[in-house]
Ligand binder design. Structure first.
Ligand code: MG
Length: 386
């Protein structure tokens, strides 16, 4: 990064947890970054406030019924205002943008990410579902358009940082750390009766609702294993998950000589966000530092797949490949929404996801259209069961 050229950023999902923290990073380094576009799904009031503060060129609200309100609120400013999901897919292609932060939730991240890659934009990937559903396609496109995909997920950022400078040195395995979530010590019986309020209380990280439920069910780690495969081109058998309840080690890489490198830090997403935006440069920050005098212990456990079958289901989907990770993801999105609406119990989620994997038609090399069809067919099917 040079002082003369600011990185021009589009944030998809600017009112979500990652979006808000990305704006904080930009505020911390206004000399390095400039906001070109921000988009939100629903939260129009927050979006208006952000737009008035950061004065981007373009603002998009996906929910078109809120477009008039947005347009009216920003009419005194020289900001282009659009409504609808298609507008997001178009705005990411705008010429001035250097890097697109994909912080939308779920399958909705896929198409805008593809359009951004096709337009040659670097991707700061905060939407892991995109890589889960279509990792192979995304990698092919990124290769063709010579554009980098930079991880924002803290585990993948940790691995990315551990790999810096290693060039062709061979990796023996990636070790993804997991906090274990709020139910790490719960019995199977206790898990069956947990409430959504309990599930939404993550012990270490503050995040959006969908990922917090995914963390409680260990599906988040399952999705991250799949994400790691595609980001780092490594076989599933070489990706290990270890539960590390303190969430200080964000992940590790073991090399063929036996050396293990780890990246440590406070659980603050602004660091991985900033690293993705400024890569390969490290910028200074005022974020809280680790204080080793207050860290009493580092502990590690093997994940319990009896109590948390989602991790196993994700490995299974990944090993099968093709459209199965897409089935896994769609079934999970429907289940998480149903759990948040208190329509199903916590432990029912895994059962429904497993059933979806068993009941879906397998496609070895799905196209984008196949994946879109798989996603909607899976959603319909799982909705039908609920
Ligand atoms: Mg993560």
């Amino acid at each position: 990064m040079t002082e003369t050229h600011k990185r021009v950023i589009a944030i998809l999902g600017s009112t979500g947890s990652i979006g808000v923290q990305t704006l904080q990073v930009v505020e911390e380094h206004p000399e390095c970054f400039e906001i070109y576009a921000i988009t939100a799904n629903e939260k129009v009031d927050e979006l208006i406030e952000q737009a008035r503060k950061f004065l981007p060129e373009v603002v998009v609200i996906a929910n078109e019924t809120k477009y008039e309100q947005l347009k009216e609120a920003l009419k005194d400013l020289p900001i282009k205002v659009y409504g609808g999901y298609e507008a997001i897919c178009q705005v990411v292609q705008s010429q001035p943008i250097d890097i697109v932060v994909t912080a939308l939730v779920g399958f909705a991240g896929l198409r805008p990410t593809i359009e951004a890659i096709k337009a040659g934009k670097a991707i700061a990937l905060a939407n892991k579902e995109t890589m889960v559903v279509a990792g192979e396609l995304i990698n092919e496109l990124a290769m063709k358009h010579q554009t980098p995909i930079l991880p924002v997920d803290s585990e993948h950022s940790a691995i990315f940082q551990c790999l810096a400078g290693e060039r062709d040195n061979k990796v023996e395995k990636l070790i993804l750390t997991a906090s274990g979530g709020p139910f790490r010590t719960f019995s199977k019986e206790q898990l069956a009766n947990v409430t959504k309020e309990q599930a939404l209380k993550h012990p270490n990280w503050s995040m959006g609702a969908k990922i917090t439920i995914d963390s409680a069910s260990m599906m988040n780690k399952g999705l991250e294993v799949i994400e790691a495969k595609w980001l780092f081109g490594i076989e599933p058998s070489k990706i290990e998950v270890v539960v590390h309840p303190q969430s200080v080690i964000h992940s590790m890489v073991q090399f063929t000589d036996g050396a293990v490198k780890a990246q440590l830090g406070t659980p603050d997403m602004r660091l991985p966000i900033m690293y993705a935006l400024s890569y390969p440069t490290r910028l200074s920050s005022t974020f809280e530092r680790l204080d080793f005098s207050t860290i009493k212990e580092f502990t590690f456990e093997t994940p319990d797949i009896e109590r948390f079958p989602n991790l196993q289901l994700a490995y299974h989907a990944l090993t099968m490949g093709g459209n199965m990770p897409c089935v896994l993801n769609a079934a999970n999105e429907v289940c998480v929404a149903a759990f948040l609406a208190e329509r199903i119990k916590f432990t029912e989620m895994s059962r429904l996801i497993e059933r979806a994997l068993q009941s879906s038609d397998y496609q070895l090399k799905p196209t984008l259209d196949n994946l879109i069809a798989t996603d909607s067919a899976t959603r319909r099917m799982v909705e039908g069961w609920i």
